[in-house]
Design a protein. Structure first.
Length: 397
C-alpha cells in the first residue's frame, strides 16, 4: 500500500490513507460523518463520548486491513479498506438512536448513497466499482465481507476499543492485537468463517464478554436509553411540523443530494424550529438540552414486557391520566452475539469446531451468546408514581 497522507487517531495511532481513500474522505458525503455522533446522546451520561462515525470509519478501515492480512491474504486489500471506510456512510443523524424512528436501515441507506453521486464518482475514478464496494461492505456472498460484517469483524473490534476509551468503561477493551495475530479463515459447513486456534480461546471469550459489558454499562444504561427515547419522541412529534423525513423520504433525500447536510446539527436545528410551534416538542427538547432525563419506572421481560409493548405509551398514559407525550416505552436489547456456525475454533489436529460446541472454555457458550430483551417505561419525575401504578394495573388485567 502506498500512503499519501497519514491521520493520527487516538485509538490506533497513525492511520495511512492511499490516494483513492483520500479522494473518498475529501467528499462532503464522507465529511458528513464528522457530524454524526457515534453514540447518539450518550455524552449526556458519559461526557467523553463525543466521538463520531468519522473516526470510527477510519479505525475500521485500519483494522480491516490487519484482519485481511491474517485471515484473507489473497483478498484485494484496497477493496477491503474502501469497503470498511464506507461501511457506516449510511448512518442517520445520532446513529442508531434515530435509525428505527426513520424506518430505514443504515445498510440500505449506505447502498443508496453509493449508487450515484460524488462517492460513486470517486470510487469509479480510482478504478473500483461502487457496486462491488457495496457488496463487500454490506453483502453476504463474498468472503471479504466477514472482515467488516460478522461476529468477529473490524467494526466490532474498533467500536469496542473506541467506545471504551471515550466512555472510560475499561472492561469493554478486548485484546485486539492478540486476535489480529491469530485469526484465520476456515470453513464450517462448507461456508467460510473466521476462526481462532484453541490456545487463543480466552482472547475470543474476552472479546465477546467485552461486547456484553459495553451493552450493559453503556448502550443499555438506563439514563442513556432515557435520552435516546426523548430524542426519538421529539423527532416523531416534530416530523409533520417541520417536514423531517422518514421512510422513503429519507431515501429520496439521498437521491436529491441532500444527504450531506442531514446530520446531528440539522436535526437539532429542525427540532428547535418545531419547538416554537409545539409545546410538546418544546417541553421534551428543553429537558433534553438541560439534561433532565425522564425516570425509569418499570422494566419487564417475557410476557409482561410483551403486554406493555402491546398497550404502548398511549394506553399507559391514559391509564395513568398523564400527557401521552410524557410516557416513553422502549425495548432496549442486548442482541445475541449471533455467532452460531460463524466463528470457528481450530483444534490441534487442524479440525474446526463451531465456537458454540466448545465446552471447556472459561465461559459457557450459552452465556456468550445470551440475548437480553426487556421493555422499559419512562416518564417525567412528577408523573413517576402514577405511571408506575398504571403499569401494575395494566399487568394485572
Amino acid at each position: 500500500m502506498r500512503f499519501v497522507k497519514h491521520v493520527y487517531d487516538n485509538v490506533h495511532g497513525y492511520i495511512g490513507l492511499t490516494e483513492a481513500e483520500v479522494s473518498v474522505v475529501d467528499t462532503s458525503t464522507f465529511q458528513r460523518l464528522r457530524r454524526i455522533s457515534q453514540l447518539g446522546p450518550a455524552h449526556l451520561v458519559y461526557p467523553g463520548a463525543t466521538h463520531t462515525r468519522f473516526a470510527h470509519s477510519l479505525g475500521v478501515m485500519h483494522l480491516a486491513e490487519a484482519l485481511a492480512r491474517s485471515a484473507l491474504p489473497e483478498a484485494n486489500i484496497q477493496l477491503v479498506r474502501l469497503a470498511a471506510l464506507l461501511h457506516d456512510v449510511g448512518h442517520p443523524p445520532f446513529s442508531h438512536t434515530l435509525e428505527a424512528t426513520l424506518g430505514v436501515s443504515h445498510e440500505r441507506l449506505g447502498r443508496a448513497v453509493l449508487r450515484s453521486g460524488e462517492l460513486a464518482d470517486a470510487l469509479s475514478a480510482a478504478g473500483y466499482s461502487p457496486e462491488e464496494v457495496a457488496e463487500v461492505a454490506w453483502g453476504r456472498r463474498r468472503p471479504e465481507s466477514l472482515l467488516i460484517s460478522s461476529p468477529l469483524d473490524a467494526d466490532r473490534l474498533d467500536y469496542l476499543l473506541r467506545d471504551s476509551l471515550h466512555t472510560g468503561v475499561t472492561y469493554g477493551r478486548p485484546d485486539v492485537q492478540r486476535i489480529l495475530r491469530v485469526v484465520r479463515k476456515a470453513e464450517l459447513g462448507g461456508s467460510p468463517v473466521l476462526s481462532i486456534p484453541r490456545r487463543s480461546l480466552h482472547a475470543l471469550e474476552h472479546f465477546l464478554l467485552s461486547r456484553t459489558f459495553m451493552f450493559r454499562a453503556v448502550y443499555l444504561h438506563k439514563t442513556v436509553v432515557a435520552f435516546e427515547l426523548m430524542l426519538q419522541r421529539t423527532y416523531e412529534l416534530a416530523r409533520d411540523i417541520v417536514g423531517l423525513p422518514t421512510g422513503e423520504e429519507v431515501l429520496k433525500l439521498v437521491e436529491l443530494s441532500g444527504w450531506a447536510r442531514f446530520d446531528d446539527h440539522s436535526v437539532i436545528c429542525s427540532l428547535r424550529a418545531a419547538s416554537v410551534e409545539s409545546e410538546q416538542v418544546d417541553e421534551i427538547l428543553s429537558d433534553l438540552e438541560a439534561r433532565r432525563p425522564v425516570r425509569l419506572v418499570a422494566e419487564r421481560g417475557g410476557e409482561e414486557g410483551d403486554r406493555l409493548a402491546e398497550v404502548g405509551h398511549e394506553g399507559i398514559a391514559e391509564e395513568a391520566g398523564v400527557p401521552a407525550h410524557w410516557v416513553l416505552v422502549g425495548s432496549p436489547s442486548l442482541p445475541s452475539a449471533d455467532h452460531a456456525g460463524l466463528i470457528g475454533v481450530v483444534e490441534e489436529d487442524g479440525s474446526v469446531d463451531p465456537l458454540e460446541s466448545v465446552r471447556d472454555g472459561v465461559i459457557p457458550p450459552e452465556v456468550l451468546v445470551a440475548a437480553i430483551k426487556a421493555v422499559r417505561v419512562y416518564t417525567r419525575p412528577e408523573y413517576a408514581q402514577r405511571v408506575a401504578e398504571a403499569v401494575e394495573r395494566v399487568l394485572k388485567r
